[in-house]
Design a protein around this ligand. Structure first.
Ligand SMILES: *[C@@H]1O[C@H](CO)[C@@H](O)[C@H](O)[C@H]1NC(C)=O
Ligand SMILES: *[C@@H]1O[C@H](CO)[C@@H](O)[C@H](O)[C@H]1NC(C)=O
Length: 674
């Protein structure tokens, strides 16, 4: 590999340990789930303009990891975000002066600064303006629960000095610099905590001076994803009152001595299809690139719109449906000279020999204490010795060796959810069987599976531990192997119960919690002292969950953590030393506009840990995906990826945002539910 630094390489203390204090959980690992993410392998592609018939495209990025949200520099270099090397970062691919194979080898990491290099954060939407790199980063915590940590930063590349352009206490997304460079427009949720809405963040557009963030000015209400065609014309998207996502154009008055203001706004795309994530082009102001969802395709595609002088859409040109009809295409961008359009999509089969990963290593914020992994499955749990992982696939229950040896084995093919291993009886796994997210009356029961000692692929012995199907789920055994705590809807509401681990509720059953609310997702501490669980008891039925602990004898109930008013804090799991909990929460809100990403039911979960006394909350993941169902392993797994083999269809089989309905009746009736 040749090294040919393009702009500036600041590689010092590259993501070395930032841990200062031992959590006394040394030599452990945390494994969690991200909906769909293990199946994405995005690359950035480009199509020459004007469009040929049919249009052509070629792949710009190198077929490694997930590459997205590109930006063309004037010399045709490509700036983009990549999740390679187990963390989100900004890279630059030099301009195509030579053959594509040597181009690929000159990919460079563009670290914002030595200081930022040591921080883990989500980095997004890079732009170069003059000598400055502008981008979104989540490395500074918000002081308000549920407020996004996303803010716009500017790094002066020659000196690497970095300035936060977003004021403290405010969250900004999707920056766009005006053609003159003077003004930057952002999508902003302001200083209010995120409301919990996922399909329409109800953001506004603000402007500030690109140089230093000064003269911050409100520009547009209920608007997002700004893109400039000239210094007085700004395109954006919003979900219109008729339910359709549409492109709008704002014409600005640009006084020389004060910030711009809006003189008029007009809707560019009509009802009847969704159009969003606009990319304007100063080189061809009469052309707009957008992503669309139309009833004629199941997929999100890139189109070009010809605009009249006064901003009316006069013609639409399909781009990607004619090239790769059966893939979702995201977030278009146009080169400064107007000669190319870029976008990202799933590349399908692994180029460059890269396999998919059953366990993807994620950079740990405390690498001396624990390694961190994303699993291609959900509800993972480790056997007591740590040598095996049980997890839920789609559908079914699988067991794999935690060193990645051999292939995962499907041990149960029903719709299982949640997994936990018995501490005393080797090869015994508890799970619940039936539909998830179901009402109290749904038939879900807890079963135990006993794996064959000698032949793990032979069918396990299955025993039903609950009988009545009253939504009995989330089993977690006591460390002495005698009991299983679980949640059940047998008495109208979902509360916690404890039953005999071997013979089930018919041998012994007692109630642990009681109230007209939901207690669920319970986990028994390895030292036997506590049961942690999620509950909405503060505001029953609101969807707002906090984490509580209670002694198995029913005493000592206390709240450990909540994510703020109306927040969701779920899926607690104890560390092997019983001193901390790992959990998923919307504590840090969303990190990017959800419409610019594939489907996530809740595009906001991140993984956190907390001391069992509620102190010292730490954020482990930074991304715009839905991270959930973490488990804490008793052993340390080397921080390296574990490969798996997937077919092409399985790699790109994720969905577009399910709320982008193209059925008009559904559009009109869908409001805030997700
Ligand atoms: C990935 O990280 C390693 C060391 O941490 C570094 O040597 C390598 O250059 C990085 N690769 C890229 C593409 O940044
Ligand atoms: C309940 O269990 C806790 C933790 O083991 C213990 O400290 C406490 O004394 C017990 N209380 C009763 C009433 O048994």
């Amino acid at each position: 590999m040749t090294t040919n630094p393009l702009i500036l390489l600041l590689i010092s203390s590259l993501l070395t340990s930032t841990s200062t204090e031992s959590t006394k959980s040394k030599s452990t690992s945390i494994v969690f789930t991200t909906l769909g993410r293990s199946r994405y392998n995005f690359d950035i592609f480009s199509t020459p303009l004007p469009l040929t018939s049919p249009p052509s495209s070629h792949q710009l990025t190198d077929g490694i990891s997930v590459n997205f949200n590109g930006f063309f520099l004037p010399d045709s270099s490509l700036l983009f975000v990549s999740e390679r090397n187990s963390t989100s970062n900004i890279y630059v691919l030099p301009s195509p002066s030579s053959s594509s194979s040597s181009r690929r080898s000159t990919l460079q990491l563009l670290l914002p600064s030595p200081l930022l290099a040591s921080h883990l954060s989500f980095r997004d939407r890079p732009i170069i303006s003059g000598d400055h790199l502008l981008y979104v980063s989540t490395h500074q915590p918000s002081s308000i629960p549920r407020q996004s940590w996303s803010a716009v930063y500017s790094t002066h590349l020659p000196s690497s000095s970095t300035l936060r352009l977003t004021p403290p206490g405010v969250a900004d997304f999707s920056p766009s610099v005006s053609p003159s460079g003077l003004w930057t427009a952002v999508t902003s949720s302001g200083s209010r905590p995120w409301s919990g809405e996922v399909q329409d963040l109800l953001t506004d557009i603000y402007l500030f001076k690109t140089l230093d963030g000064s003269s911050r000015t409100f520009l547009l209400h209920h608007a997002a994803w700004p893109s400039w065609s000239d210094d007085s014309t700004l395109f954006f998207h919003r979900r219109s009152s008729d339910g359709w996502w549409s492109i709008y154009r704002a014409t600005l008055i640009v006084p020389s001595s004060s910030p711009p203001s809006v003189s008029s706004v007009r809707r560019v795309t009509p009802p009847g299809f969704h159009a969003f994530t606009p990319a304007a082009s100063p080189a061809s102001p009469q052309t707009l690139a957008v992503a669309t969802r139309r009833s004629s395709s199941q997929y999100r595609h890139i189109e070009l719109i010809d605009l009249s002088e006064d901003g009316v859409a006069v013609a639409y040109h399909e781009v990607t449906r004619l090239i790769s009809p059966y893939a979702h295409h995201f977030n278009p961008f146009i080169s400064p000279d107007g000669s190319r359009i870029g976008y990202h999509r799933c590349r399908g089969g692994g180029d460059n020999g890269e396999s998919s990963r059953i366990l993807e290593n994620i950079k740990s914020p405390n690498p001396d204490d624990f390694s961190l992994f994303r699993i291609d499955g959900s509800f993972p749990s480790f056997s007591p010795s740590g040598d095996r992982i049980a997890y839920v696939g789609l559908p079914g229950l699988f067991v794999m060796n935690s060193d990645g040896s051999g292939a995962p084995i499907k041990v149960f093919s029903g719709n299982a959810f949640a997994t936990a291993w018995d501490w005393k009886r080797p090869g015994v796994i508890y799970t619940s069987y039936g539909p998830e997210f179901a009402t109290e009356s749904t038939r879900v029961d807890i079963i135990s599976l006993t794996l064959d000692k000698d032949d793990p692929s032979s069918p396990p012995e299955i025993k039903k531990l609950t009988k009545g199907g009253e939504n009995n789920a989330f089993p977690s055994p006591s460390p002495d192997g005698k009991w299983v705590v679980f949640r059940s809807g047998r008495d109208t509401h979902k509360n916690l119960y404890i039953m005999d681990a071997e013979q089930g509720e018919s041998a012994e059953l007692r109630r642990l919690t009681e109230g007209a609310w939901t207690d669920t997702m319970c986990n028994w501490s390895p030292d036997g002292e506590w049961i942690a669980f999620a509950s909405d008891r503060q505001n029953p039925g609101s969807g707002s969950f906090a984490i509580y602990m209670i002694h198995p004898n029913g005493t000592g109930l206390r709240k450990v953590v909540e994510s703020g008013d109306g927040g969701r804090t779920n899926h607690p799991w104890f560390s092997p030393d019983s001193k901390r909990l790992v959990f998923t929460s919307d504590y840090a809100g969303v990190s990017a506009e959800p419409v610019g990403n594939p489907h996530h039911y809740q595009p906001y979960g991140d993984i956190f840990t907390v001391g069992i006394d509620g102190s010292d909350i730490r954020r482990l993941t930074h991304n715009s995906y839905e991270d959930g169902t973490p488990t804490w392993a008793p052993i340390f797994l080397e921080p390296a990826d574990v490969a798996e083999n997937l077919g092409d269809g399985e790699r790109c089989g994720f969905d577009d945002c399910h709320w982008l309905s193209v059925d008009n009746h559904q559009v009109l009736s869908s409001t805030t539910t997700c």
